[in-house]
Design a binder for this molecule. Structure first.
Ligand code: SAH
Ligand code: SF4
Length: 368
C-alpha cells in the first residue's frame, strides 16, 4: 500500500501543485480548499459537493488526518489542554483559553525548545525538533474539531485568537511558522485575522524584522528583565542579543505604531526582577516604543528555581508602569490545575523518558 499523503498543512500553492497531476485545478481546487479549511471536513466521502470520482481519487491517495490525542484535559476554569502525538511519537501541547469576548488558542512551534530560560519548564526538555507547517496547522484543526468550531463562521467562534506561546521558539522555526500562519490567514479557509495572531519571541533579533515584513502579525517580546546582567541569567539568549539590540529591533519593527503596539511580557519573579527600581527602569527602556506590558505571575512547576512575586509587589510594579504611561495588566493565570499556564508546557513523553533514564541510570549504578 502506498503511503497516503496528508493534505493538511499544504499551502495553496503546494496543494495546487499536488493536485494538478490529478486534473484538479481552478474551481475544483478551491472546493477542496474550502472543505479542508472552511468546513473542516474530516473525510473525503463527506465532501459532498465534490463529484464521486474526485472523492474516490482523493480517498485513494490522501488523508486529512489530525494528530493523535495522547491526553485531553479540562481545567476547572474552562481551559483545555491537549497533548498531541505525531507519528514519530514526539509530543507537543496545545491550549485553548475561553474568555468572555474571545477564545485564544496557544500553539506550539517546536517539540521542546533549544533555549534554556531558567524559569520555563519547556526549556528543561531535552528532546527538540521543529514542527512542520502541517503540525502547526493541525493544532488549530484539532482544537476546532473538539470545540465544534466548524465552519469558519463570521461570529461566535470558539477560536478567535492564536498566540504562538506554546512550546518552542517560533523564530527558530521561521519558514514553517510562516507557512502555517499563511494557511491560517487565508480568507477562504481558516480565516483568522492578522491582528489576532501574536508571535512571542525570547528575542531572536535577526529574525524580528522578517517577522514583521513577511508575516505581519502582532509581536510579543519576552523581556523579563531590564538589565543585561539579570536577563543574561533568565533568558540566556540575551548573551547573544543584548537588550539594546532587542529594543532597537522593536523600535523599527515594520508596521508598529500606537494603534498596533508591541507587547512586552514580564514574568514576575520574587526578589529577582520585581523591585520599584526595575519598574522605573522598564519605563525608561520602553521610551519611544509603542508598547504595552503584560505582567505574568510566575507559574511554578516541580523543581523550578524561582518563586512568584507577592500579589502586593505585582500590584505596586503594575501601578508604577501604568503611571509611566504604559498599560500593564497582570495576566490572570489560566489552567494552572492542569499545568496549562504559560511556561508550564512540557510533554509527558519526555518526562516519562527522563524517568526511564533515571531508572536506567540507577540500575546501571547498582550493577556497576
Ligand atoms: N519561546 C517563546 C514563546 C513561548 S513561551 C518565548 O519565549 O517568548 C511563552 C511565554 O511564557 C513567554 O513570555 C515565556 O517567557 C513565558 N513563560 C515561560 N515560563 C513561564 C513560567 N514558568 N511562568 C510564567 N511565564 C512563563
Ligand atoms: Fe524556549 Fe520560550 Fe521557554 Fe525560553 S521561555 S525556554 S524561549 S519556550
Amino acid at each position: 500500500m502506498p503511503v497516503r499523503r496528508n493534505l493538511i498543512g499544504l499551502t495553496r500553492e503546494e496543494l495546487a501543485a499536488e493536485l494538478a497531476p490529478h486534473g484538479i485545478d481552478g474551481f475544483r481546487l478551491r472546493q477542496v480548499w474550502h472543505w479542508l479549511y472552511h468546513r473542516g471536513g474530516r473525510s473525503f466521502p463527506d465532501m459532498t459537493t465534490l463529484s464521486k470520482p474526485v472523492r474516490a481519487l482523493l480517498e485513494a491517495n490522501y488523508t486529512v488526518d489530525r494528530p493523535e490525542v495522547a491526553t485531553a484535559q479540562l481545567s476547572n476554569d474552562g481551559t483545555r489542554k491537549w497533548l498531541l502525538r505525531f507519528p514519530d511519537r514526539q509530543e507537543i501541547e496545545t491550549v485553548h483559553i475561553p474568555q468572555e469576548e474571545r477564545g485564544t488558542l496557544c500553539v506550539s512551534s517546536q517539540v521542546g525548545c533549544t533555549l534554556t530560560c531558567r524559569f520555563c519548564h519547556t526549556g528543561t526538555q531535552r528532546l527538540v525538533r521543529n514542527l512542520g507547517a502541517a503540525e502547526i496547522v493541525q493544532q488549530v484543526m484539532l482544537a476546532r474539531d473538539h470545540l465544534d468550531d466548524w465552519p469558519s463562521a463570521e461570529a461566535d467562534r470558539a477560536i478567535t485568537n492564536v498566540v504562538l506561546m506554546g512550546m518552542g521558539e517560533p523564530l527558530y522555526n521561521f519558514d514553517n511558522v510562516k507557512a502555517a500562519l499563511q494557511i491560517m490567514l487565508d480568507k477562504e479557509g481558516l480565516a483568522l485575522s492578522r491582528r489576532r495572531i501574536t508571535l512571542s519571541t525570547s528575542g531572536v533579533v535577526p529574525m524580528i524584522r522578517r517577522c514583521g515584513e513577511e508575516i505581519g502579525c502582532n509581536l510579543a517580546i519576552s523581556l523579563h528583565a531590564v538589565t543585561d546582567e539579570v536577563r543574561d541569567e533568565l533568558v540566556p539568549l540575551n548573551r547573544k542579543y543584548p537588550i539594546a539590540e532587542l529594543m532597537e529591533a522593536c523600535r523599527t519593527y515594520p508596521g508598529v505604531h500606537n494603534a498596533r503596539r508591541i507587547t512586552f511580557e514580564y514574568v514576575m519573579l520574587r526578589g529577582v526582577n520585581d523591585s520599584d527600581a526595575d519598574a522605573r527602569a522598564l519605563i525608561a527602556l520602553l521610551k519611544d516604543v509603542p508598547a504595552k506590558v503584560n505582567l505574568i505571575p510566575f507559574n511554578p512547576w516541580p523543581g523550578a528555581p524561582y518563586e512568584c512575586s507577592t500579589p502586593d509587589r505585582i500590584k505596586r510594579f503594575s501601578d508604577i508602569v501604568a503611571n509611566g504611561g504604559y498599560s500593564s495588566p497582570v495576566r490572570t493565570p489560566r489552567g494552572r490545575d492542569i499545568l496549562a499556564a504559560c511556561g508550564q508546557l512540557k510533554s509527558a513523553s519526555v518526562k516519562k523518558r527522563r524517568s526511564e533514564i533515571i531508572a536506567e541510570e540507577a540500575a546501571a549504578a547498582a550493577s556497576g
